[in-house]
Design a protein around this ligand. Structure first.
Ligand code: GAP
Length: 513
């Protein structure tokens, strides 16, 4: 990360703590690594993101329904899903710095550096030549061709080592590429070992192996095991989807980037069941739908890009990420996977129960194929928070920190601020608040000068401030101050409910998709 981005990220993290968005878990005991709590404003923002996703999935699509499955599942679930045998990350330690890394990420970092070199060459050439043709340039420029050859070679070796679980090959690749510890610069590495990411615990009072159960590492399996329950009781016809929001747990090897990679996190997943052979059509369909959902929020279209997976997971025949430009650069925000019939077929095998769909149109039974959309709620939270965080210099020379959170996601929609604490202004302000609080989340405050109060609301992203002054008592009008433009206008109290409800509803954004 460049210095400027690193500073920005630090400021976002500090701001999140100072304004009640995110706290380190069990902070009074010095915290628990990669586990975080959401504070009073964070919990509201998180709930609003959930509402935006849940409504999009289950209200705008009549063939998608939502469920809420348990975190604990029968242990055979994880044998069937492949997680017991294959949900491993290759880990490596540096003997000098004592830091632990994911071996594949070290190699991917090497590839990323080569890709950056290519981009620099392209940028330089684009400035030099008129009518610059990128594809012609990258296929003919000797230096770029050489970099690309190296990228392909390393990618192939990484894929081969990951696919076959050959940890010696992975270590050899790190040695051959002379990859150094990013912290100490040392090349003194341990062997690469496989590390299973699932947390386990015991159920019941007898702690033997038979009672070992896992904390789910993804919410998807709760959907698969309920596939027939939902299909039958909901009389669902293929194609149809099942959506779920819930906690997932992974014992991540490297978890250093705030809420980007946590050990306890939340996922919003949807499994879409389709006729075999139609999965690629639906895969493209969901790619398009999901990117629209993201872009409709208005965080900046340039902040998103697709990234196709080179190393497909054991269950997928196509997969890509929607990446977001986080403070540390473009990283995975959401995964879209064509999961074939792997999961249902495997659960059929392990449970001995049929998990098939009877298609009334063809009079045939079949195991549906699945297209999955899977987004991390905490990553979405970080995307909203980091892209909304702005340090602004104002025309009068002063500065402000403002969270330009889309109004429907903002923790509080309106702050009701009596200008002074006397002359009946607090009573009038309370009366206004009482008329609004059933419709939009309100915040009330009477302490400090009005300018200071505006700044505090900017810092938590409140899109509107309503100021109650002496004129309010005479003509029942208030000043409404807009967070982003800082403009103020005088409006009748009676208009507030309709204006604020319309501006702050997630339906507003959903209508644009
Ligand atoms: N059911 C498929 C699945 O779980 P994944 O790519 O492993 O796929 C999906 O995870 C999404 O969950 C990711 O795109 C990311 O947003 C989020 N996610 C995964 N691991 C995470 C972690 N340790 N901390 C926070 N979010 C995570």
């Amino acid at each position: 990360m460049a210095n400027q981005e690193e500073n920005l990220f630090k400021n976002v993290i500090a701001h999140a703590k100072e304004y009640g968005f995110v706290f380190q878990s069990s902070e009074i005991y010095d915290g628990l690594s990669a586990v975080y709590d959401y504070g009073q404003n964070g919990a509201e923002l998180k709930n609003n993101i959930k509402e935006y996703w849940w409504k999009f999935m289950t209200m705008l699509h009549e063939n998608i329904v939502g469920i809420d499955a348990a975190i604990f599942m029968h242990p055979t679930t994880w044998k069937a899903s492949g997680h017991v045998d294959a949900f491993n990350d290759p880990m490596i330690d540096n003997k000098d710095s004592k830091k632990r890394y994911r071996a594949d990420q070290l190699i991917e970092g090497y590839i990323e550096k080569l890709e950056e070199k290519i981009e620099k060459e392209v940028e330089k050439a684009a400035k030099r030549f008129e009518n610059f043709d990128r594809s012609m340039f990258v296929s003919t420029n000797a230096r770029v061709v050489e970099y690309q050859k190296k990228i392909d070679e390393v990618n192939d070796k990484l894929k081969e080592a990951m696919g076959s679980g050959n940890m010696e090959a992975m270590k050899q690749l790190i040695i051959d590429l002379e990859i150094a510890d990013p912290v100490s610069g040392s090349r003194n590495w341990t062997d690469v070992r496989q590390f299973n990411l699932m947390f386990s615990t015991e159920m019941g009072s007898v702690a033997d192996d038979a009672n070992k159960i896992y904390l789910r590492p993804e919410t998807a399996q709760g959907i698969f095991v309920n596939f027939l329950n939902v299909q039958k009781t909901g009389r669902m016809k293929i194609p149809f989807g099942i959506a779920q929001i819930g906690k997932a747990f992974r014992n991540e090897i490297v978890a250093r980037q705030f809420i980007f990679r946590m050990r306890e996190f939340e996922q919003m997943e949807m499994q879409f069941f389709v006729k075999p052979g139609e999965e690629m059509k639906w895969y493209e369909h969901w790619k398009e739908k999901r990117i629209k959902w993201h872009k409709a929020l208005g965080l900046g279209e340039e902040n998103y890009r697709f990234h196709d997976h080179l190393n497909l997971a054991h269950y997928a025949n196509a997969a890509c990420d929607i990446q977001f430009d986080f403070p540390m650069g473009f990283r995975e925000l959401e995964g879209i996977h064509s999961r074939t019939d792997f999961d249902l077929k495997s659960h059929e095998k392990y449970s001995g129960k049929k998990l098939q769909y009877f298609d009334p149109e063809t009079n045939q039974n079949y195991i549906p194929y699945v297209v999955e959309t899977s987004i991390g709620l905490d990553r979405m939270f970080l995307a909203v928070l980091s892209s909304s965080y702005k340090e602004e210099k104002l025309a009068d020379g002063s500065e402000r920190v403002v969270l330009r959170i889309p109004a429907p996601l903002a923790p509080n929609k309106v702050a009701i601020l009596p200008l002074t604490k006397k002359d009946g202004l607090p009573e009038k302000a309370q009366e206004i608040m009482n008329s609004l609080k059933f419709h939009v989340r309100c915040f009330y405050e009477e302490k400090d000068a009005i300018g200071k109060r505006y700044r505090r609301q900017d810092a938590v992203g409140t899109p509107y401030c309503v100021t109650v002054d002496h004129q309010t008592l005479q003509d029942n009008t208030v000043t409404i101050r807009h967070r982003d433009s800082m403009e103020q206008e005088r409006v009748p109290v009676d208009s507030l409910k309709a204006t604020l409800t319309a501006a702050c509803s997630v339906n507003n954004i959903l209508e644009r998709i």
